[in-house]
Ligand binder design. Structure first.
Ligand code: EPU
Length: 363
C-alpha cells in the first residue's frame, strides 16, 4: 500500500486539472484493503474520502481536502479459458465465458483481451477511457451497448463491515450512467473486481447510428471475410477517433452532459423550432424513452445554440462533438470549465427550456 501526502492529481484526471489532494492511497489487493480498514488506519487520514478510477469522468473543482483512493488491482482471469477451451463444460457448450477483471484494470485492456480471444460482448464499448471498477459504477455505454448487458456480478469491499460483498447484476440497479454505487451504496463499497459474461458464439450489435454500414464497409475491405469481435472493435475505435478527442492529446472527460430525457412536448417545441429554421423536412434527432418521454441528444441542443467548436480562453467545445468540453491549452482551470458549463446550460434552457445535467462528476 502506497500512501502519499500533498499529492498532485494532474495525471489522475483526463481533464488535466492541475490540482492536488491532501492524501493519496494506492492499494494492490483486496487483502491490503481489508488489513488497512480492519486496523482502523483510515481514521488517521484526512476526510472526505474519494475513490477514483482513471479519472476520466471527473472534474476536480479545486484542490481536494481529503484522501483519494485508487485501485492497483489489475488482472483478467477466465479459469480454463484459452482461445480453444472455455470455462466449465456447460459454458463450453454454449460458447459462454465468464471473465473476472480487477477494478484497476484499464477498461480497454479488457476489451482488447476479448477481441484477441474472439469473445463477443464488449466490442462496442472499445476505446472508452477509464478503469473497470469505475466502469461498473458508472454503467459505461456507447454505440448501443452498456456494461449492464454483460456484467454478471460486482465484487466489493464493504468499508463498514470490513468484509467482501458480491452484488449480482440485478442488485446493482443499473440505469443510464447510473447504479446503486452512485446512489444508496455511495461511499460504502469499493469495487475490487467485476465478472462479465462473454460469448464465443455471439454476434455483433449494429443497430446504433451508422455502425452497421461502417462494419459492412470494413468487412468488404477486409481480406478475411468473417465478422469477428476484433473487426467490430476496430470499426468502433475508428468512429471514436473521428469524433472524440484523444485524452493523451486534449484534456476532456468525454461527454460532459447527459442526454436529457424530457416530456414529448419539449421535443415537439424543438421540432417546431428546427422546421422553421431548416425547412419542413428537417427532423430533430431523438429516441423514444417510453411513457411519453423522449431522449434528445445534448450534442444537438448544444450545437443549435452555436457552441460547437467555440473557444473561451483555455477551454472550448470540441469541434467534432459538442457534448465534449475540452482543456484546449492544457492550462484550463476548473473555474473556466464551470463558467463554460453554466453558459452552455443557460443557453440550452433559454432556447429549448431543457435543463442539461452534467454527466461528469464534480468533486
Ligand atoms: N449530434 C449533433 N451534432 C454533433 C454530434 C452529434 O447534433 O456534432 C447529434 C446527432 O444527431 C447524433 C446524436 O447527436 O446522431 C448522437 O451523437 P453521438 O452518436 O456522438 O452520441 P451522443 O449521444 O452525443 C453518447 C454517449 C457517448 C457515446 C456515444 C456513442 C452520453 C452522455 N454520451 O453520446 O459517451 O460515446 O453516445 O454511443 O450518453 C461518454 O459517456 O463520455 C461518451 C463519450
Amino acid at each position: 500500500m502506497d500512501i502519499a501526502e500533498s499529492y498532485s492529481l494532474k495525471n489522475h484526471n483526463t481533464f488535466g486539472m492541475d490540482v492536488s489532494c491532501a492524501c493519496y492511497v494506492e492499494y494492490g489487493s483486496e487483502e491490503e484493503l481489508a488489513e488497512f480498514f480492519s486496523a482502523g488506519r483510515q481514521y488517521g487520514l484526512p476526510r472526505p474520502f474519494l475513490h477514483i478510477g482513471g479519472g476520466s469522468n471527473i472534474l476536480f473543482t479545486g484542490d481536494f481536502p481529503g484522501t483519494v483512493f485508487h485501485s492497483g488491482i489489475r488482472f483478467i482471469s477466465a479459469p480454463g479459458h484459452s482461445a480453444e477451451a472455455h470455462a466449465g463444460e456447460d459454458a463450453a457448450m454454449s460458447g459462454r465465458v465468464l471473465a473476472e477483471v480487477g477494478a484497476g484494470t484499464p477498461w480497454d485492456d479488457f476489451c482488447l483481451w476479448c477481441a484477441e480471444k474472439g469473445l463477443w460482448g464488449v466490442e462496442n464499448l472499445s476505446g472508452i477511457p477509464g478503469e473497470t471498477g469505475a466502469a461498473a459504477v458508472q454503467n459505461i455505454g456507447a454505440y448501443g451497448a452498456e456494461l449492464k448487458d454483460v456484467v454478471r456480478e460486482v465484487r466489493c469491499f464493504d468499508t463498514v463491515t470490513c468484509s467482501m460483498k458480491s452484488f449480482k447484476q440485478k442488485e446493482c440497479k443499473y440505469g443510464y450512467r447510473d447504479s446503486i454505487f452512485k446512489q444508496s451504496a455511495k461511499g460504502r463499497y469499493i469495487v475490487t473486481s467485476a465478472v462479465f459474461e462473454l460469448s464465443s458464439e455471439g454476434g455483433p450489435r449494429l443497430e446504433y447510428g451508422h455502425v452497421k454500414s461502417a462494419v459492412e464497409k470494413a468487412l468488404s475491405e477486409s481480406s478475411v471475410k468473417t465478422m469477428t469481435p476484433g473487426l467490430v472493435r476496430s470499426v468502433i475505435l475508428g468512429i471514436r477517433d473521428a469524433k472524440l478527442p484523444d485524452p493523451a492529446e486534449i484534456g476532456s472527460a468525454g461527454s460532459f452532459f447527459k442526454n436529457p430525457v424530457v416530456p414529448k412536448v419539449f421535443y415537439e417545441k424543438a421540432e417546431h423550432y428546427a422546421k422553421s429554421k431548416y425547412g419542413p423536412d428537417y427532423e430533430v434527432p431523438h429516441f423514444d424513452a417510453g411513457s411519453g418521454f423522449v431522449k434528445i441528444p445534448a450534442a444537438w441542443l448544444i450545437e443549435q445554440c452555436g457552441w460547437k467548436g467555440c473557444r473561451e480562453g483555455n477551454v472550448g467545445v470540441y469541434e467534432k462533438q459538442p457534448l465534449v468540453l475540452v482543456n484546449l491549452t492544457g492550462k484550463a482551470s476548473p473555474e473556466e470549465i464551470i463558467a463554460l458549463e453554466k453558459k452552455i446550460s443557460a443557453s440550452v434552457m433559454n432556447l429549448f427550456g431543457i435543463e442539461l445535467q452534467p454527466e461528469v462528476e464534480h468533486v
